[in-house]
Design a protein around this ligand. Sequence first.
Ligand code: C5P
Length: 218
Amino acid sequence: MNIPVIAIDGPSASGKGTVAERVAATLGFHFLDSGALYRLTALSAMKHGVALDDEAGVAALAVKLPASFRDGAVWLAEENVTDAIRAEAVGDGASKVAALPAVRAALLDRQRAYRQAPGLVADGRDMGTVVFPDAVAKVFLTASAEARAERRYKQLIEKGNSANLAALVADMQARDARDTARAVAPLKPAADALLLDTTHMGIETAVQKVLAHYDLCK
Ligand code: C5P
């Protein structure tokens, strides 16, 4: 299979989602937001009353997750959950279920199925290391926890939510620690990934750097 994949990994609010979407739009590639699948799994567990540490129970939900991305929205069966999956509680739940090996295994084939012509830009934590180890270009986006918390703060305020910056920094650090320390598919750059620190970098510059890296690799 020679369909190109660009893998963009990094911690939450590093800007990778926006960068990945713009790179995909520029190249006319498909886009996979793998974090949304973990968020949908957590939301589904919460709705079904399945405990987030019930590995077999959550994995059973993940295997038959009625998830779809259409009309610019995210759906769980017939329910539009675009906003619901972005809630902090669901993000926190996602990082808990993402630490369960059976859940990661349950979502693996589903993620790989997004690899379709003419190409895929995949955004996540383990795109370059586990899901698409043969990706033609790999990028690891980082930014300081403070910078990322500020970005998340602005997003929340813009959407009319209330937010507490100090709590967001603490939450960001806790989630990073859990994502980095877990035994399966921990958050870490692939050995052959380009490292991009976006603490002082605008989104458009990051997009151009990823596109230039892809041009070099392809
Ligand atoms: O990227 P996003 O913040 O939406 O991801 C939510 C959570 O899902 C992350 O905190 C992480 O724990 C988990 N995740 C993962 N592997 C991925 C994508 C997301 O473990 N490929």
